[in-house]
Write a protein that binds this ligand. Structure first.
Ligand code: ZN
Length: 185
């Protein structure tokens, strides 16, 4: 029975590990999984688990960070803060141009370019629901590169969902965007 599980674990590892194109070995993958499970895990704890010295664990973590593979994003946790989040699916003729629209928009969170009829998925946040409608109206409705829009408000998330807010008080252009994104419903 134990042997069978071991075999399954090996298969599981093979399927879930990042491949060699990134230059990662099995231990790197374990390091990644341990840090993701507990970002506060000490290098000593990791070292014990993968049977390496603490300095070589440190070196591996540095390498993962330098390569940009291990990356942390700071933001606010949607599950905790009182913010409204909109998911806007767009059928766009030029996804890059649309994403560019939001460079200075303080309410913009992120965009996914996807396959399918709706080839762009945008996320916006605001304390105010009406404002979300205003953002969509100002930036997307009437935009010649937008063929169709479907806007939904996110009710909840299964896991913590970190929103890296775009707000930058040193960026004066954001003040204009904020004004234009005002509830022009
Ligand atoms: Zn805006």
């Amino acid at each position: 029975m134990a042997g069978k599980n071991f075999k399954k674990l090996e298969e599981f590892k093979k399927k879930t590990q990042f491949n060699n194109t990134l230059g990662l070995d099995e231990r790197d993958n374990v390091v990644l999984s341990l840090i993701q499970k507990n970002p506060g895990v000490s290098q000593e704890e990791i070292a014990k688990k993968i049977k390496l010295s603490q300095p070589s664990v440190g070196a591996r973590i540095r390498k993962l960070k330098q390569k940009g593979i291990l990356h942390n994003v700071w933001g606010v946790n949607f599950r905790v803060v009182d913010l409204n989040l909109a998911k806007v699916d767009v059928n766009a003729t030029d996804t890059t141009a649309i994403i560019n629209e939001f460079k200075d928009c303080p309410f913009f969170i992120n965009a996914l370019i996807t396959s399918g009829k709706y080839n762009l998925c945008l996320f916006f946040t605001s304390t105010n629901l009406k404002r979300l409608e205003g953002i969509v109206n100002h930036h997307l409705r009437g935009n010649s590169k937008v063929k169709d829009i479907q806007m939904n408000i996110v009710i909840s998330t299964a896991k913590d969902f970190v929103l890296p807010l775009n707000i930058d008080y040193d960026n004066e252009r954001q003040i204009n965007c904020e004004q234009n994104c005002k509830d022009c419903v």
